[in-house]
Design a protein around this ligand. Sequence first.
Ligand code: SAM
Length: 225
Amino acid sequence: MRIDVLTVLPELLHSPLNWSIVKRARDKGLVEINIVNLHDYASDRYKSVDDYAFGGGAGMVMMIEPVYKAVEELKKERDYDEIIYTSPDGEKLTQKKANALSLKNNIIILAGHYKGIDQRIRDHLITSEISIGDYVLSGGEIPAVVIIDAVVRLLPGSLGDEQSALADSFQDDLLAPPVYTRPAEFMGWKVPDILLSGHAAEIEKWRHEKSLERTRRLRPDLSGD
Ligand code: SAM
């Protein structure tokens, strides 16, 4: 899979995409992540990527030209399945959406900034819009990282078997059961006996019951009850 991120602030993306599971997936060649600095596609000597909003009002707007040029250059090299704009009014990111994106070959994610992006980018270049929640952030870089992390951990080989993504919350509309590690007792707080019993089938049953109980209690909207 290849993911190109278009941004006016590449510095915000480098570190979060160079650690942990995303780094391992990149090192293994499971995903190629390319960060494109939109300032490189500006046409003036100040490398401008934003301008005043037509009609007035506070805040700058991301210009169409650098985005158009960057997208055209990428499209010359390969076909893209999706050109995503991160937007507070987009479709809410869910596990289901992350699963679907993990099956794509090539995607572009455009991280917005300032007051937003010229509407013509959304009308003519973008194929889908994703929100990471009902709140407004300063830029789309953190949402882009959230989307990439959620997608990359699903690529076969990203996680070791012991960390299978299928056991994560929201797969099968169930929250994950609680997990424990050593010591078996700390300050008198004990790990449930069943987990120390060695009975694989009983442990699996316990985990499933805990998943159901947590889902009913914390997210009754998921449990279908
Ligand atoms: N004026 C815009 C509005 O009210 O919808 C918000 C612009 S916001 C300050 C700048 C950029 O951050 C947006 O263009 C978008 O790319 C990104 N952004 C902010 N909140 C987001 C969210 N919840 N999900 C995805 N992207 C978000």
